[in-house]
Design a protein. Structure first.
Length: 190
């Protein structure tokens, strides 16, 4: 059991006989006789639907264990991403909707941690920051103000806003959580 005030993003719980993954938890402590409240965003692991819920701080919920396995991404087909356990060769499919926009950053052979709840895949854990090359953007602009950014496209089709000095072929560091440019990637030492 876990007290609602201790719920954090990444936890898994059973609520109203349904398994949920906590995506966002925003705890507000109470004042005086008013108890605290934890506002959470949940994803139902059976249906894939989302739910906003507020729990009183002292409410006890059943916590489900979250197991992590490192799996290799194989391919995507008809809305499913196929992963394989490199030790047992067992394959697992996850719907693209469950992974979200970050699914476009998966590449064949890439090893990623996958979280399992009650033996079912529940989430793919991506690094917070990745280095990725710009496939297409407008030529660098010199002498322009730094506060004017331009769109840049990756090979996977996603776009992000970058500073004017970034050019096609440059590698950047991208915050995958917020899908925002961080800085130019450092060249790899050879």
């Amino acid at each position: 059991m876990i007290v609602a005030s201790q719920l954090r993003a990444g936890a898994a719980i059973r609520f109203e006989q349904q398994p949920y993954k906590v995506l966002i938890a925003d705890y507000h402590p109470g004042q005086g006789k008013m108890g605290g409240v934890n506002h959470v965003r949940l994803r139902n692991l059976d249906t894939g639907t989302f739910r906003e819920q507020s729990f009183r701080a002292e409410l006890k919920l059943e916590e489900l264990p979250v197991e992590r396995q490192t799996l290799d991404f194989l391919y995507e087909t008809s809305g499913q991403c196929c992963f394989m356990n490199p030790e047992t060769y067992e394959q697992v499919d996850l719907p693209v909707e469950m992974i979200g926009e970050q699914a476009k950053f998966l590449e064949a052979g890439m090893s990623v941690p996958v979280e399992f709840v009650e033996g079912r895949p529940a989430n793919v854990v991506f690094p917070e920051i990745v280095e990725i090359a710009i496939a297409d953007t407008a030529p660098p602009l010199h002498g322009q103000q730094d506060n004017t950014w331009k769109p840049a496209r990756f090979a996977n089709g996603l776009e992000v806003m970058v500073p004017p000095f970034i050019k096609t072929g440059d590698a950047i560091r991208l915050n995958l959580v917020e899908m925002k440019y961080m800085d130019r990637a450092k060249p790899k030492a050879g």
